[in-house]
Ligand binder design. Structure first.
Ligand SMILES: Nc1nc2c(c(=O)[nH]1)N[C@@H](CN(C=O)c1ccc(C(=O)N[C@@H](CCC(=O)O)C(=O)O)cc1)CN2
Length: 296
């Protein structure tokens, strides 16, 4: 039987609609809207599309969107000065520096310069540490947070399930593993040096593929009825000068085996932006000393 498709677009719409309702309440309580600043350095076309989508989604949710589009050759000191200015701006609740940054800029230094209370990407070491110790007030990276939302919607409780996360990045793999551990899963983080990866993946009730390699995870690596979350967004040649998007999972074969699976596009990607809005709303509530909206 073919796997159920996990519809990330629909789930993201639900989250965005709930955020928009809560923005109205926030506006009534404070007389202002939550504000998100995006910072884009350079002209990477995919990054430019993502930042535009984030700005549009922010406005559609009723929040203020401020975008800073900077030249690729901006110096690190100038970028740090902008972050400092945004940290001190009372109208800005969330700061997002789009990654990747050009090679001459130290991304870790820029991320560490963001006020952790405005770090709606959840990449600051303070927020990474809070997530690791299970602190309730961590701001959690948007992509893994979106994956967790989809998993809980699909499976309900995750307690006791075997989860394999393929990929160990600070942005997806590691925070994903922490979130799954927080849900009482038995978590394995696999990566390029893992021995016999297919055998490791075959044990899993939950597979999160975040490795950045087109269609690497094959259908016969999966336990039947596994829930598969594909974080990969890889543009590959589709012939005749065209390209198409594929994930890190070989979808056609995987869906014959899995219990449920996210498609690419239309799976995890839209959840990343929905969770960014959620984090901005939460950051704004905390900055105003208001109770956080329940259930988001
Ligand atoms: N500062 C950050 N930089 C980056 C992040 C991030 O969370 N914060 N994540 C990625 C890119 N990203 C958001 O920035 C992102 C990627 C993909 C999607 C998305 O909706 N994808 C669609 C397909 C879009 C397409 O056609 O190209 C989908 O999967 O359906 C949203 C956001 C790296 N940088």
């Amino acid at each position: 039987m073919a796997a159920r498709l996990i519809d990330g677009r629909a789930a993201a719409q639900e989250v965005r609609a709930r955020v928009a309702q809560e923005v109205e309440r926030f506006r009534a309580a404070t007389g202002r809207a939550p504000g998100l600043a995006t910072v884009l350095v350079g002209e990477d076309p995919a990054s430019a599309v993502y930042v535009r989508s984030k700005g549009k989604a922010t406005r559609e949710a009723g929040m203020e969107s401020v975008s800073h589009n900077l030249s690729a050759d901006i110096g690190e000191a100038e970028l740090l000065a902008l972050v400092d200015q945004l940290n001190r701006d009372p109208a800005i609740d969330g700061i997002l520096v789009q990654l990747p940054l050009p090679g001459h800029i130290d991304s870790a230094k820029v991320i560490a310069a963001i006020d952790p209370a405005k770090d709606v990407d959840g990449f600051h070491p303070i927020n990474a540490g809070k997530l690791a110790i299970g602190a309730a007030d961590a701001l959690v990276p948007c992509t893994p947070f979106g994956c967790l939302y989809l998993l809980k919607q699909e499976l309900g409780s995750l307690s006791g399930l075997d989860a394999v996360v393929i990929g160990r990045s600070n942005i997806v793999g590691k925070p994903m593993a922490m979130l799954l551990l927080g849900e009482s899963c038995t978590v394995t983080i696999a990566h390029s040096r893992t021995k016999d990866l297919p055998a490791v993946v075959r044990r899993a009730d939950i597979v999160v593929a975040a490795v950045g390699r087109p269609e690497m995870v094959k259908g016969d690596w999966l336990k039947s009825s596994a829930t598969v979350i594909d974080v990969g967004i890889n543009r590959v040649d589709a012939g005749e000068g065209k390209t198409r998007l594929v994930g890190d999972v070989a979808f056609d074969d995987a869906q014959k085996v899995a219990g449920a699976i996210t498609p690419v596009p239309g799976g995890v990607g839209p959840m990343t932006i929905a969770m960014l809005l959620r984090n901005t709303l939460v950051a704004a509530h905390r900055r105003e000393g208001l109770a956080e909206p329940a259930g988001l």
